[in-house]
Write a protein that binds this ligand. Structure first.
Ligand SMILES: Nc1ncnc2c1ncn2[C@@H]1O[C@H](COP(=O)(O)OP(=O)(O)OP(=O)(O)O)[C@@H](O)[C@H]1O
Ligand SMILES: [Mg+2]
Length: 370
């Protein structure tokens, strides 16, 4: 989708891909198949590139530092990106710059979790301090690497991977929000409207832009917070700030992503400039495009891999039913629960847009047949 945004600008992409079948490798013509964890591979790949950016956060920080030392522009750079790679680094930095987060601490074993829970119980003035959320600090995505544990006995599993574990209070949130911003090397920055992100089983299911009924002051605070984080951390490109809206009207940061993000997929059809177009512009230090919405409401629903129907007949049905529907499929192998595409709907009536997105996502997934 980033490549798609670069095509009208005549920007040439070279892709480092794990396999020739990866989604982007199916559409980019200049593909290097190789391991992003291998520095020699990265160095050879970077030869002749004007700038390097990412569609995931897992390239080792030290390799990115080596590329920078070689004189390769890496955007976002490792100093910024480490806050999206490591949830422990992220929490420490957000604390230091005064950004509100859930109560948290790095824990080293289940006994440590018991202490963390006891502190929570004391702070709440009762209970046993559980449930506690445990997260491996690196390598998680789509809820993998996140556990909600209800007792010390349940707390053993997250430590098995041998990766440091972050404990967090389980936030009693009203809903999840996301603030998406883009920042360029010039320091120009734009903010998309704050969206509501609905998760099912720890995976993003639907995003509504803008977040319905959000107090305008809270929305402004969230946008300013995201712009502030982008500036403080020196982010170049797209920054998604995942947020919790609490029952008592606060916003807390869940985590950061430094790349075009699922909570910004609605912008492809719902904003004047998409997150992908603005990410490309930012990475190239071009003036950023207008982030404002095109419609009163835009709804994005993910298509999760399931029992796949015949794609052609699914398209026939969905397109005939809803001529305004926008379908984006990724060409991914289907695995249960995997995000294999998304749909966008928009209009003046939120319930209608939600129903159309839900229908199309379910139909493309094969869970409904009419
Ligand atoms: N402290 C918390 N309190 C309550 N719920 C939480 C907490 N942390 C995470 N969650 C829930 O778990 C989901 C996944 O957590 P998180 O975003 O940290 O994981 P991830 O797997 O790295 O992210 P992603 O799904 O965005 O790739 C959140 O969207 C939220 O629904
Ligand atoms: Mg998340």
């Amino acid at each position: 989708m980033t490549h798609e945004a670069g095509i009208p600008l005549g920007i040439r992409f070279r892709l480092l891909s794990d396999t020739p079948q990866d989604s982007a490798a199916q559409v980019v013509s200049d593909v290097v198949v190789g391991d992003y964890r291998d520095l020699d591979t990265l160095r050879a790949f970077a030869q002749g590139c004007d700038v390097i950016t990412f569609d995931h956060e897992h390239v080792p920080t030290e390799h990115l530092r080596a590329l920078e030392a070689d004189g390769v522009p890496v955007r976002p750079g490792p100093d910024a990106l480490q806050h999206a790679q490591d949830k422990g680094v992220m929490r420490a930095r957000l604390d230091a710059i005064g950004v509100p987060c859930p109560r948290h601490r790095i824990v080293s074993d289940p006994d440590d979790v018991a202490v963390f829970a006891a502190e929570g119980a004391a702070a709440q003035g009762g209970g046993d301090g559980f449930p506690v959320v445990l997260k491996t600090v690196r390598g998680g995505y789509d809820g993998k690497g996140v556990w909600v544990v209800r007792s010390v006995a349940e707390a053993a599993e997250p430590f098995r991977a041998g990766v440091p574990v972050l404990a967090e209070e389980k936030v009693d949130f009203v809903r999840e929000l996301a603030a998406n911003v883009v920042r360029s090397p010039h320091g120009q920055a734009v903010a998309y409207p704050v969206v509501e992100s609905r998760q099912v089983d720890g995976v993003c299911d639907t995003v509504i832009a803008p977040a319905p009924g959000l107090d305008p002051e809270l929305a402004l605070r969230a946008e300013e917070m995201a712009l502030g984080i982008a500036k403080e951390l020196g982010v170049i490109g797209h920054l998604a700030v995942e947020l919790f809206e609490t029952r008592d009207g606060r916003i807390l940061v869940n985590e950061l992503a430094m790349r075009p993000h699922n909570s910004g997929h609605w912008t492809m059809d719902g904003a004047i400039t998409s997150q992908f177009a603005n990410h490309v512009r930012a990475v190239l230090d071009l003036p950023l495009g207008d982030p404002r919405p095109r419609a009163k409401w835009t709804v994005m629903s993910n298509v999760l891999g399931g029992d796949y129907p015949d794609m052609y007949s699914a398209y026939l049905h969905c397109m005939a039913r809803d001529p305004q529907l926008k379908i984006h499929m990724y060409g991914k192998d289907v695995k249960p629960g995997r995000k294999v595409g998304h749909v966008n709907t928009y209009g003046d009536d939120l319930d209608d847009a939600l129903e159309r997105a839900r229908h199309a996502a379910d139909y493309l997934r094969g869970t409904i047949t009419e």
